[in-house]
Design a protein around this ligand. Sequence first.
Ligand code: M6R
Length: 610
Amino acid sequence: MCGIVGYVGRKDAESVLTVGLQKLEYRGYDSAGIALLSSGEIEVRKKAGRIHDLINSLSSYPLPKAHIGIAHTRWATHGRVCDSNAHPHISQRGLFAVVHNGIIDNYSLLKERLQSEGYSFSSETDTEVIANLLEYHYLKEGNLLEAVLKAVKELDGSFALAILFKEDPNLIIGVRKDSPLVVGLGEGENILASDPVAVLPHTKKVVYLNDGEIVFVRKEGVEFYDFSGRRIEKEVKVLEYDEEDAEKGPYPHFMLKEIYEQPRVIRANLERYVRDRRPVMLRDLNLRKLLLNKNRILVVAAGTSFHAGIVGKYLLETYAHTPVEVEYSSEFSSRKLATDSRTLVIAISQSGETADTIDGLRYAKKHGLEVLAIVNRPESTIARESDYVIYTNAGIEVGVASTKAYVAQVLVLTLLALELGHVKGHIDDKELERLLDDMAGLPNQVEKVLALDSHIAHIAERIYKSTNVVFLGRGINYPTALEGALKLKEVSYIHAIGYAAGEMKHGPLALVDNKLPVVVINPRSSVYELTVSSTHEVVSRGGKVISVITEGDKRMAELSAFSIYVPSVPEPLTPIITIVPLQLLAYHSAVLRGVDPDKPRNLAKSVTVR
Ligand code: M6R
């Protein structure tokens, strides 16, 4: 939610910042802006619309040459999407320019106070309050660090800030509380950003800010402070990503690239977590002890990660015999918990920065519960604040629609369930080895599904004009139906619902007519026959069935207007295979409808607001 970037060095700041914004565009894309400091003046250009709209406008209203500046790509929270609400925001006397990711909860109180001190405001945002608050304290204190400390202490809410100060042409200030911020350390240049992807073109050496930390970034070096003004030392880390990881390469969209990366992601996780036909996640004896001591698991997650959690529930209950509940993280933190110390919380998140899931994790810890995170991004808040972390190794996921991260989450949960089940004695060596051998075949099986791309694109041509699509699945593929529906609606804007196939007859069957496409996910499994019956109920009411079924399944094919055949895999592995055609179906539907699947309206990749 909102991307911020700041640069100081020898290069042309405008070009560094516009490239940085493009890398961060997945975080929000309803307006963008840049502030540069040149010849002692802060110059701002900002615009509602996409980053390319801002860049186009710069040719008719150019910025001066500069080597220092800050920039922002917005996902609106406070105030409409319009030029004046776009960031950066400038303080009344022009001393400070601020870009902000987060929400200031007490901004109206602060605004009223500043108004009574003579400040006026030209936007509806909470961010303009920060700029004026900094100026107010600076004019009173005459000391920059003191002014920053005083201002941040007054702010309630979440904020990552990049601040430009008119009186120092070699300084960007970064501040972090509950929104991510990283500094990239270059040679004679330094860069501040919401996400390392904006830093990668310049350096792999980074320092992650923690909550309650401030950084003064100059071209020669960086200084860190805590919110009490004490100098602190920070560890320098080296990014494991390469620049190409955050590039589209030959693909027209990140979403398609990431769908095609899934075989590689599966291989990476199998290499990391399986040795000599044994899963090795629980070789960490502390993690093993933790899981063995718990008799209940609560999964907290949002969106796609929530759906992975439901797959995890089926697997952990089946193999490890541990009861699992899965909850939306946004609901979890606002209810009373009936838990005890034997309850483990598993927080699942691709980004590790989802505010609702961070709240869930903190709420759990406040209640004395231990938290295991299943996270894609190392160094994310969720990874750092959890007691234990299992990484999903999917690499950088840029597309707003989560694809490869989901498959990685499901794979990791499968391995965890199998290993725990084996350690607890519920699965013998033979069954474990058989399933691991089958898992080793998954990358090739997923490649086979990807080879169906043009067939799936053809099916998309038949459904992309629909106003509604229903997805049905049962058992371990019920979450596949939920995830298939989420993918379709978020990237194509077609209304889609995912339903447990058996639940259809309890109401939603009333929706079925000869215009309704119904996607039935029914690979060979223990619930196959029951799902065939549900399909009959749809077909006999005129519904047009698109089925995702096991190769050679003629019975389901006869009931279907279109069939997508996936390779035969054991039931617990089917969710990894069946989701892939649904991702492609959503992708092609979006493209046919003229929607950019990487940047669907109203959404952003990393939801850092509550
Ligand atoms: O980064 P997280 O996994 O915590 O994100 C959770 C959701 O915001 C995310 O899965 C969202 O639903 C995606 N847009 C789904 O494609």
